[in-house]
Design a protein around this ligand. Structure first.
Ligand code: PHE
Length: 452
């Protein structure tokens, strides 16, 4: 169990805040033109993400086991079909796929620590930064080395059990990352094109979706699930270590608020540089790696701050990655009586192998396409935009319709007041219907039955 309520908040924020906020949010927002995407994203966080996060923590704390066993136990306690445990399995698959490409991107971050520290950013321009990035992702051996080191780091922590050191580290390093982001935003105000960036991010214009509204909304929703770590059991398992007397609603507000703030700050740090240097907002997954070096290279002490920034980003990625592996490891330990060490090594090895397919899709296998996407893009799309929202809908349906009113109000420690009613409205109707429509639209069902 977490020693204090703060420990839970730190661990769950450690899971939520990661590459999703700083790497994925800016480039995805850039791909869909900015403001309108950001607005849909925020609506998704508030109307779908928050109620589902409350539900996940609640189910976790009530079940007190790995997600698969929690779902089985709760389904049986409420007299529901044992098939609900499939939700737990889906989460494990999603966790695997996410971690496999997440580790590759964390590897880029590691590579950039050394590039910054050795002064390679100094006075770099947009062309130089672009070449530095394509040089890295074109080099399969380097990517493999970083990916391997990162996976070893993840397995080491998961093997030792989640609490302890992690708690202490998050307490210092997260605020540090936050401060550094604020400094970067300050740099953007002073040296970048800050006004254009603010207008770009916060003045929604739905014409930005350019006839791809379905895809843009799917991506904004997927980004909300990904960034909040929802729909695959990570938050559920952290909830299972949470003490009874801690308010789930309050904790959720803090975690979701912090996560969103970090994403918006990242946007405000990156886009002033993008516009000041005439870069394309839609340059894709390389966006932060092609923009931040320009800023660090231009500021006094930039080698130091640049290295520090990527160290802190690596750390944020690490705390997220740990939560991606945890549901599987907990299940192996509970059901197959594996030792934690064996379970973590086995899980880590499998993810490592999948990760190799992802990193090769950036270079040697760049011609290999499934549904028009390489492995990295495919795993990213499949998890963030499909599996996590699907898991989220199922969690919402279970928490809203399968769990009795008495059980949920007892576990959330909310009596039948307006707050509980609002949560129930969101979890029973708003979240499942909204996510359902977006997903059905994505797989083309709505068009097929003549509604899209
Ligand atoms: N939320 C993490 C991030 O934003 C990624 C993640 C997704 C972690 C799903 C756990 C589960 O980087």
């Amino acid at each position: 169990m977490w020693s204090t309520r703060l420990a839970f908040i730190l661990a769950a924020s450690g899971s939520a805040v990661g590459l999703g906020n700083i790497w994925r949010f800016p480039y995805t927002a850039g791909e869909y033109g900015g403001g309108a995407f950001v607005l849909v994203y925020i609506l998704c966080v508030v109307l779908i993400g928050v109620p589902i996060m409350m539900a996940e923590i609640m189910l976790g704390r009530r079940g007190r086991r790995s997600p698969i066993n929690t779902m089985r136990a709760l389904a049986s306690a409420e007299g529901r079909a044992p098939a609900w445990q499939l939700l737990g399995w889906m989460g494990i698959v999603a966790g695997f796929l996410i971690l496999s490409f997440y580790s590759v991107i964390a590897g880029w971050t590691m590579g950039y620590i050394f590039r910054a520290a050795s002064g390679l950013f100094t006075e770099i321009d947009a062309t130089g930064a672009g070449e530095m990035f394509s040089g890295l992702i074109g080099d399969a051996e380097r990517l493999l080395a970083w990916h391997t080191i990162f996976m070893v780091m993840v397995v080491l922590v998961v093997a030792r059990g989640v609490a302890g050191g992690l708690e202490k580290a998050v307490r210092i390093l997260m605020p540090a990352l936050f401060v550094l982001l604020v400094v970067m935003v300050g740099y953007g105000m002073q040296a970048g094109d800050f006004d254009t960036a603010v207008a770009y991010l916060f003045e929604p214009d739905f014409a930005e979706f350019q006839g791809k509204a379905g895809e843009a909304i799917l991506s904004a929703m997927g980004q909300a699930f990904f960034s909040l770590s929802l729909g695959m059991g990570a938050i559920m398992i952290y909830g299972s270590y949470l003490k009874r007397d801690s308010s789930i609603a309050q904790n959720t507000m803090i975690i979701a608020g912090l996560d969103t703030l970090v994403a918006l700050l990242a946007g405000l740090a990156i886009f002033p540089i993008v516009f000041a240097h005439g870069l394309a907002p839609d340059s894709g997954p390389g966006l932060i790696f092609q923009t931040l070096p320009i800023a660090f290279g231009d500021m006094p002490g930039g080698s130091f701050f640049g290295a520090l920034f990527f160290v802190l980003l690596l750390f944020a990625a690490w705390t997220s990655a740990i939560s991606l592996l945890e549901p599987l490891v907990a299940w192996l330990v509970e059901n197959l009586s594996f030792s934690r060490v064996r379970a973590s090594v086995l899980g880590g090895l499998t993810v490592w192998l999948l990760g190799i397919a992802c990193l090769l899709s950036l270079n040697a296998w760049s011609e290999v396409k499934i549904f028009g996407k390489g492995f990295l893009d495919l795993f990213d799309f499949l998890t963030a935009n499909i599996l996590l929202p699907l898991g989220g809908v199922l969690i919402a349906i279970f928490a809203g319709w399968m769990l009795s009113r008495a059980s949920s109000s007892d576990e959330l420690q909310m009596d039948d007041g307006p707050a509980y009613r609002l949560w129930r409205l969101l979890i029973r109707y708003v979240a499942p219907i909204a996510v359902g429509i977006v997903l059905l639209n994505a797989v083309g069902v709505l068009g097929w039955i003549g509604l899209g």
